[in-house]
Design a protein around this ligand. Structure first.
Ligand SMILES: [Zn+2]
Length: 220
């Protein structure tokens, strides 16, 4: 029997709580574009992980919860939406022909994150993981085109799958409300001290008086 949504969300929060003590602030440059999965996410606001929480902390939870919703929608689709299921099966078969799939099989903390770091201005990379994957994708023949009637039917099924995803999303948010306290306790224990220490370092660095013994960059 399928586990209930309550159980699945509880287990996702458990897994995230077990991972959280290993979280460390990223020391690379922050991403420029906001994460499409986390930015303004109703899941994160239900969980009480607001914009003041570092993105890596949010992403680990929003990805785990997203996979619950995805799984429920996949079940619903396989039982009720034959056209969409066929389309998804064909796309999956096409994907399996690619030998290089850098975005798959990642840990929840990395899944959905950009594959490549932000390029520095004026210093483009020789190649990127995204570029390599796209090159290989272009080499595999596209799926055969659909008739207009098939497209319309498919669009209708996609709409139903969307509605179902929204419904599950709302249920998941309602369940998450019950986990807020332990989520917030864990953030207070493992995240806030590290963020406070970072801000402390930063203000010490900004307050540091000019050191006359330091010859500075122009001395050499
Ligand atoms: Zn994210």
């Amino acid at each position: 029997m399928e586990r209930s949504l309550e159980t699945q969300v509880g287990q996702a929060v458990d897994a995230w709580l077990a991972w959280l003590p290993r979280w460390e602030p990223a020391n690379h440059r922050g991403r420029v574009a906001p994460c499409r999965r986390c930015f303004g996410s109703p899941v994160l606001s239900a969980a009480g992980l607001g914009a003041d929480v570092p993105h890596g902390v949010q992403h680990g939870l929003s990805t785990r919860v997203k996979s619950i919703v995805d799984h429920a929608v996949a079940e619903y689709t396989s039982r009720n939406l034959p056209m969409l299921q066929t389309e998804l099966d064909q796309q999956a078969a096409r994907n399996r022909r690619r030998s290089y799939r850098p975005a798959e099989g990642l840990e929840p903390e990395f899944e959905g994150m950009p594959l490549d770091p932000e390029p520095e201005p004026g210093a483009p990379f020789l190649f990127t993981l995204t570029g390599l994957a796209a090159e290989e994708d272009a080499a595999i023949p596209a799926l055969p085109p659909l008739s207009d009637a098939a497209k319309a039917a498919l669009r209708q099924e996609v709409g139903l799958a969307d509605d179902y995803a929204n419904m599950i999303g709302r249920e998941v948010c309602a369940v998450l409300l019950h986990h807020r306290l332990r989520i917030q306790a864990a953030v207070a224990e493992y995240v806030e001290p590290q963020v406070a220490a970072m801000l402390d370092d930063l203000s010490r660095f900004l307050d540091a008086p000019f050191d006359p013994r330091d010859p500075g960059p122009l001395a050499s």
